[in-house]
Write a protein that binds this ligand. Structure first.
Ligand code: ZN
Length: 301
């Protein structure tokens, strides 16, 4: 974590990042910049969705400018028109500056010029490294979390160590993490598909009505459940995992799903959809859910 008062490293880095995006032809609009937080995190909220590739390109650019040892200088102007006449590429927030005279410009070498009242580094070398550590496109805007200085270096080292360790355990080199992750993901998908096939065969040919499946997602089983019940309308199946419950029954099955679902909700074991022929939702209390299902086992037909 950056020491309190070191937010100006993050703030200068943020200016450089904004300029780097502008240099890539992106018309940025800063909704919020937050670089003086107690927890040492830097945040930048930009209007619209800026593609990941552009953010990475700008990040690389900032890190290529940092070691150029650019000095920051301050210039003041009586008003914004005068300032923009002198610096046509000046970046400023129109809403915030509307009524402001005495414009203070922060220049980072010849690389960036921006209207700003905050404290900055004297020299870009103080920033050391700039790294994006979080990204969100929630709500259609681009929120970037970033680190600079020692914090950024520590972050990169810790991350690299994690990747090295994973590589060691799973026999791949650190630079191949993406390739290997994708391979593992592909294998997992195939396993899920195979598992769904086995599951379909099992429920089709078995009289079991209640199945506990441990700590896995049930979404891969929906299709199989519906197919088997569609083919045999006398069937009912309840699937329970640590965090989800799914129950499906055919039109000729007389299980009382309504009572079961309502009781599970009453006992605060479950939250979700309850219909005559279908229950689907989140398990809030796994052991309580099992107790309720055991108590009402005579309603499962
Ligand atoms: Zn600023």
């Amino acid at each position: 974590m950056a020491e309190k008062g070191e937010g100006y490293i993050l703030h200068s880095a943020e200016h450089m990042f904004a300029r780097s995006l502008q240099n890539l032809g992106i018309d940025i609009k800063v909704i919020k910049a937050d670089t003086f937080r107690e927890d040492g995190k830097g945040f930048l909220l930009l209007q619209g969705k800026i593609p990941l590739a552009k953010l990475y390109e700008a990040e690389i650019n900032v890190n290529s400018v940092i070691p150029k040892n650019l000095k920051t200088t301050i210039e003041t102007f009586d008003d914004i028109n005068e300032a923009t006449k002198c610096y046509p590429n000046l970046r400023f927030n129109e809403e915030r500056l509307k009524e402001t005279k005495n414009i203070r410009l922060v220049k980072i070498g010849e690389f960036d010029v921006c209207a700003c009242k905050n404290k900055h580094v004297e020299n870009t070398s103080e920033i050391e490294v700039f790294v994006i550590v979080g990204l969100s496109y929630l709500g259609g805007d681009t929120e970037i979390e970033f680190k600079a200085g020692r914090d950024a270096i520590n972050y990169l080292i810790l991350n690299n160590n994690d990747i090295l360790e994973l590589g060691q355990q799973n026999n791949f080199s650190a630079r191949e993490i993406k390739k290997n992750y994708n391979k593992i993901q592909k294998n997992l998908n195939q396993t899920d598909q195979e598992l769904a096939k086995v599951f379909r065969l099992f429920i089709k040919n078995s009289e079991i009505k209640f199945i506990e499946v441990g700590d896995i997602s049930l979404s891969g089983f929906y299709k199989s459940l519906n197919e088997v019940v569609a083919a045999n309308q006398e069937k009912s199946i309840i699937l329970l995992s640590n965090h989800q419950l799914v129950a499906v029954k055919g039109t000729k099955n007389t299980s009382d799903f309504k009572t079961i679902g309502d009781r599970l909700r009453e006992r605060k074991a479950f939250l979700g959809d309850v219909r005559d022929d279908y229950i689907n939702g989140k398990i809030l209390d796994y052991s309580e859910a099992k107790i309720v299902l055991a108590e009402l086992s005579s309603l499962i037909i």
